[in-house]
Design a binder for this molecule. Structure first.
Ligand code: SAM
Length: 221
C-alpha cells in the first residue's frame, strides 16, 4: 500500500477501521497476556486507536507508530491530553508522559527504538497490508523486537474473491506460515461474523471470521 493511499484516507476522513472504543478482544485477552500490568507495549500501524489510552491507563508505557500526522494529532486532541511534539527524522514524536506516538514509517524503525518493549498489540496492522508487504512487515517486526516479546494478533478472514482489501483476508494458515518459524502460535479465539454483522453487510460478504492469536517467541532464551 502506498503511503499516499493512507494519507488520502485520513485527509478524507475515510477511517471506517477506527473503532472509537476499546477492542473487545484486547479487553478480553489482555489480563492473561500482560500479567504484570506494567509491560511496555508496542502498537504498530496504530492509527488513533483508543486501545492505546486503555493500555496506558492500566499502567503500560505505550509506543505507537503511525504514518499519518492527522491520526497522531487527533489521538491526543480527542483524548483531551496535550502532547509534547518532538520533530525529528525519521519520526516526529508525540509524547504524553509514557504514551508516545511516533509519526513516520514503520519500516524505518530499528531495534534500538523498541529495546524496552515487552508486548505487541496488532489489531488491523497486518491485515491492512497486501500479501507481499505482509511478509516484509513480519520480517521487519521480528527483526526489530527484543527477543522475548510476545504478540497479541487480531486477524480477519473472508473469501478471497469477495472483496479487495484493505482490510485484507489473512487466513490462520497464513499466520502460521508468516510467524511459525519464530513463534509458537496459540489461537485464543475464533469469532464468526454472519451476514447481518455490520462489516459483513457493508462489504457485501457472505461471512467472515476474526481470529485472535498469542505468539510466543520459540527461540531458546
Ligand atoms: C487499518 S488502519 C488500523 C489502525 C489501528 N491499528 C486501528 O486499529 O484503528 C492502518 C493504519 O496504518 C497506518 N500505516 C500504513 N502504513 C504504515 C507504515 N508503513 N508505517 C506506519 N503506519 C502505517 C495507516 O495510516 C493507518 O492509520
Amino acid at each position: 500500500m502506498e503511503h499516499e493511499y493512507w494519507h488520502n484516507r485520513w485527509a478524507n476522513d475515510e477511517i471506517g477501521f477506527h473503532e472509537g472504543s476499546v477492542n473487545k478482544f484486547l479487553h478480553e485477552h489482555w489480563p492473561e497476556f500482560a500479567p504484570r500490568g506494567n509491560e511496555t507495549v508496542f502498537v504498530p500501524l496504530c492509527g488513533k486507536a483508543v486501545d492505546m489510552w486503555w493500555l496506558y491507563e492500566r499502567g503500560h508505557p505505550v509506543i505507537g507508530v503511525e504514518l499519518n500526522e492527522i491520526a497522531c494529532k487527533d489521538f491526543f486532541e480527542e483524548g483531551n491530553a496535550p502532547a509534547n511534539v518532538k520533530p525529528g527524522e525519521p519520526f516526529t514524536r508525540f509524547v504524553h508522559d509514557e504514551l508516545e506516538l511516533w509519526c513516520g514509517d514503520f519500516f524505518q524503525l530499528v531495534p534500538d527504538d523498541l529495546r524496552h518493549v515487552h508486548l505487541v498489540y496488532d489489531r488491523a496492522a497486518l491485515i491492512a497490508l497486501p500479501p507481499t508487504l505482509r511478509q516484509e512487515y513480519v520480517q521487519h517486526l521480528v527483526a526489530i523486537l527484543p527477543e522475548k516479546t510476545q504478540i497479541l494478533l487480531v486477524t480477519l478472514d473472508y473469501q478471497d474473491d469477495e472483496m479487495q482489501g484493505p482490510p485484507f483476508n489473512v487466513s490462520d494458515a497464513e499466520v502460521h506460515s508468516l510467524y511459525g518459524e519464530d513463534y509458537d502460535i496459540e489461537q485464543l479465539s475464533l469469532q464468526v461474523l454472519t451476514r447481518d454483522h455490520p462489516f459483513v453487510e457493508r462489504k457485501g460478504l457472505s461471512g467472515a471470521t476474526e481470529s485472535v492469536f498469542r505468539l510466543k517467541p520459540n527461540s531458546p532464551s
